[in-house]
Design a protein around this ligand. Structure first.
Ligand code: FE
Length: 207
């Protein structure tokens, strides 16, 4: 089996936000899709390790900010590479508003808001799949949507500096965020310190 076949699937990228009694939070996901149009429903799979997961499960509410091609890498770092358990992801951040249903959503580097209420959820082991009824829709920008492929080619910083001074050393690069682990072998249980993806998402490179 060539696991690279999975990279041929096309995905959008989204900031999924929710809240509990005291805090707002959000995480980056590629797993939002419309599943029925009448009634209008979306599905969202969220890793149980994400703080946002617990908030969606607890509140039954979520907001999807659709990331556009005008997003910068800082947006991905803020919502993707740190945990809401450790930090307030909205602290020092100006580009958000509160939706009618009371959830924060991102207003810059995004092109639409989709607010939804959870109807059903399915335990998938590492993730929960939420089926949610859409109750709020707003177009935020005319910019095109950012696909996962566009993020890889145009937003994620290229490891140009490392390539330029290649010393022929073996390293492993996280396909998700670009983090580089230096070493001949990547431990099988290695977890990316930035985006928390596992060894399966690393590729062998020379630096
Ligand atoms: Fe990573």
């Amino acid at each position: 089996m060539d696991t690279k076949a999975m990279y041929r699937l096309s995905y959008g990228l989204f900031v999924v936000t929710s809240r509990n009694d005291v805090k707002d939070n959000g995480c980056i996901t590629n797993t939002v899709m419309q599943v029925t149009s009448d009634p209008n429903r979306i599905s969202v799979a969220i890793n149980k390790a994400n703080f946002t997961h617990d908030m969606v499960k607890g509140s039954g509410k979520l907001a999807v900010s659709v990331i556009s091609k005008e997003a910068d890498f800082e947006l991905f770092k803020r919502f993707g590479f740190q945990s809401g358990r450790d930090v307030d992801k909205f602290a020092g951040f100006a580009d958000y508003e509160r939706s009618e249903s009371g959830l924060l959503y991102v207003t810059k580097g995004t092109n639409a808001l989709i607010g939804a209420t959870v109807e059903r959820s399915f335990d998938l082991g590492t993730h929960t799949l939420f089926i949610a009824a859409v109750n709020e829709l707003e177009v935020l920008s005319a910019a095109g949507s950012c696909t996962y492929e566009f993020y890889q080619s145009d937003i994620k910083p290229a490891p140009a500096a490392q390539a330029a001074k290649s010393e022929g050393k073996t390293a492993w690069r996280c396909r998700i965020c670009g983090y580089i682990y230096e070493g001949e072998e990547l431990p099988a249980d290695f977890v990316c310190p930035l985006c928390k993806h596992g060894a399966a998402d690393f590729e062998k490179i020379t630096i």
